[in-house]
Write a protein that binds this ligand. Structure first.
Ligand SMILES: [Zn+2]
Length: 427
């Protein structure tokens, strides 16, 4: 089956199709599908995990190593790159991929998440569980916040030097066009699970109004920046844990068209209650246009990736794989553990005997234990390579299992081993 999008966003640059999505296989008993996202910088076979290089680098790892471990694309953050080095610098460099020597597709997050992390959620946790945390744990006091939201946009104080900045939907589009990623996200207001219901409604209305402004500015910039590769724009579905809000957002943004411009794909964002992840994602994906790709923002724990794939998400990103690697935590088929633990001092086996990554084929747990205990820089590099390979490969295996018709068996086999041995698969 081929369901390539045939809309006004398919431009051609040279012989390369600029942006399209082809579905090769769709499951009959779930929302899962296998497809290909075509971008000016190459293809992404989906489902796919997209490693995060927030500031145009996956911390401690060379782009060549990311390519070697199977990463098909990288995701950076527009807010961070706007503050440093400045999006104009990336524009002059020829765009994000060229700037960081990454030979493939790129994504940029819009900065909407920072509205939350610097504002209402400043120095707070983005809870994935509505029960564990109280309101005070996730909602920052007004005077403590570095970002303040109004209907027009967000005013925030730089966490780097205290300078004041203003982000609006138009500014976010201008910044993301300068950065030049193949896939960008609309500027949205991200909420927490503990914002009140009236506030969730307000934020969703605002996100919808901002979506229209993003589409208009995106169209203007696409036409003005002649000769640049087409950049796809994804709308972001909010609505927290509320079924009616999530469905309304998917309906409104899924069908939104402004001046002939519609979204090329969608991101599912906001605080996602882990226990309800599959339910929330299915509410949205049953409504969103089938022929456009769907990205689940910030989700990357192994058990959550299965839930995302079987409920119709095509791509995922998460900082977890690299962030925990730098603290010596690694994923294995036996669960997650810390290499700095003294039980690995004389363990001359690989981190994961079933892993085919550079680290596992050349180094032992004993060596990894040694470099972590000695605070050697190589510890971060080797552990990150392993963790990123583990997650990228896991989603690749899900894609193959869907094509082979044995996704359910593969999932049961993985989760049976992963949770059974460690009991610690959750973050
Ligand atoms: Zn490995």
């Amino acid at each position: 089956m081929r369901c390539g999008s045939r809309n006004n966003h398919e431009f051609r640059f040279g012989n390369a199709l600029s942006f399209s999505f082809d579905i090769k296989h769709a499951e009959s008993n779930s929302l899962a599908r296998v497809g290909t996202i075509n971008t000016p910088h190459g293809q992404i076979q989906t489902p796919a995990f997209i490693p995060v290089g927030t500031k145009a680098t996956v911390k401690s790892v060379l782009p060549e190593s990311m390519k070697d471990l199977g990463s098909q694309a990288l995701l950076s953050n527009a807010y961070h790159l706007y503050l440093q080095p400045g999006s104009d610098i990336l524009d002059e460099a020829g765009g994000l991929a060229q700037f960081m020597n990454w030979p493939g597709p790129t994504f940029t997050d819009s900065g909407g998440f920072q509205v939350l992390s610097l504002g209402v959620g400043f120095k707070k946790v983005l809870a994935m569980d509505a029960q564990t945390f109280r309101r005070d744990d996730v909602i920052a006091g007004n005077k403590d916040r570095l970002a303040h939201v109004d209907d027009e946009g967000v005013t925030f104080k730089s966490h780097l030097d205290g300078s004041m900045h203003r982000f609006t939907p138009e500014v976010s589009m201008q910044v993301q066009h300068q950065i030049g990623a193949d896939i960008m996200f609309a500027f949205d207001e991200c909420t927490t699970l503990h914002n009140t219901r009236p506030y969730q409604e307000l934020a969703m209305d605002r996100t919808y109004a901002w979506a229209i402004r993003c589409l208009d500015e995106h169209k203007r910039l696409t036409e003005a920046r002649v000769g640049k590769p087409y950049q796809a724009l994804f709308g972001v579905i909010q609505g927290a844990q509320y079924e009616d809000l999530r469905k309304k957002a998917a309906t409104d943004l899924g069908s939104l068209e402004s001046n002939g411009q519609s979204f090329d794909g969608f991101g599912i964002g906001g605080a996602l209650d882990k226990g309800q992840l599959g339910t929330i994602v299915s509410w949205v994906n049953e409504i969103l246009p089938e022929n456009k790709p769907r990205h689940l923002l910030g989700i990357g724990a192994p058990e959550d990736l299965f839930v995302g794939v079987e409920n119709g998400c095509d791509t995922f990103d998460c900082v977890l794989a690299s962030r925990i690697a730098r603290t010596s935590a690694v994923y294995t088929m036996e669960g997650r553990f810390n290499l700095s633990n003294s039980r690995f001092k004389r363990d001359f086996t690989p981190i994961d005997s079933e892993c085919d990554c550079y680290t596992c084929t050349h180094y032992t747990r004993a060596y990894m234990h040694h470099v972590f205990r000695g605070k050697e820089i190589i510890s971060a590099t080797l552990a990150t390579i392993h963790n990123e390979r583990f997650i990228v490969r896991l989603v690749d295996q899900m894609r193959q299992a869907l094509l082979d018709g044995n996704f359910a068996d593969m999932k049961a086999d993985f989760l049976g081993r992963y949770t059974h041995r460690s009991g610690q698969s959750r973050d």
